[in-house]
Design a protein around this ligand. Structure first.
Ligand code: ADP
Length: 166
């Protein structure tokens, strides 16, 4: 059975990567679905985000994971990919409210696709792409938060560049 894991991944973090690994051990195939939303301002363009995810995957050796760039409704894209499940991660109660709303809307639009939640590992439960960007901007150490190649690119793009986060 195929699942997709949609998200913005601006940039991918070790928390995302952990969800991908765990999903890949449950499902036959996992498509990481990098959703492009023109109303959401990102620091990295879609191709850069895709490359960072792919570089991170090399380190974990999950042959059944692929990265796909998509736009529009997640359920429409999930259908196109033949995914029977949408995987999402939950870090805290604050995530739950938003995720519940999205999952319920998706259930109404596509009742044949189940949303499945994996809870964040405790060591990643504070971790978000925004936290990583804020720390990198202020020249802090992000090496424990994002995969190695991602860390390099994030530092390169953000160090001292507060305009990038506006
Ligand atoms: P979106 O804009 O769709 O929320 P994100 O890239 O921020 O995209 O997150 C994608 C998914 O990964 C969401 O379900 C989010 O809750 C989950 N996620 C984000 N950070 C973590 C983490 N540290 N641990 C586990 N899941 C996470």
């Amino acid at each position: 059975m195929k699942a997709c894991y949609p998200g913005t991944f601006d940039p991918i973090t070790k928390g995302h990567l952990d969800i991908i690994e765990r999903a890949a051990s449950i499902f036959d195939e996992v498509d990481v679905l990098l959703m492009v939303n023109p109303r959401k301002k990102c620091v990295f363009n879609a191709e850069e985000r895709k490359q960072m995810i792919e570089a991170s995957l090399e380190g974990i050796g999950c042959d059944n994971v692929h990265v796909v760039i998509g736009s529009g409704l997640t359920v429409d894209f999930a259908r196109k990919l033949g995914a029977k499940a949408i995987v999402r991660g939950i870090r805290a109660v604050t995530d739950y409210e938003y995720e519940l709303q999205q999952a319920t809307a998706n259930l109404m639009l596509a009742p044949e696709i189940e949303t499945m939640f994996l809870i964040a590992k405790p060591e990643y439960s504070f971790l978000s792409s925004s936290v990583v960007k804020e720390i990198a901007l202020n020249d802090g150490d992000i090496s424990s938060m994002v995969p190695a190649k991602t860390a390099e690119l994030v530092k390169e793009k953000l160090k001292g560049n507060s305009d990038a986060l506006k």
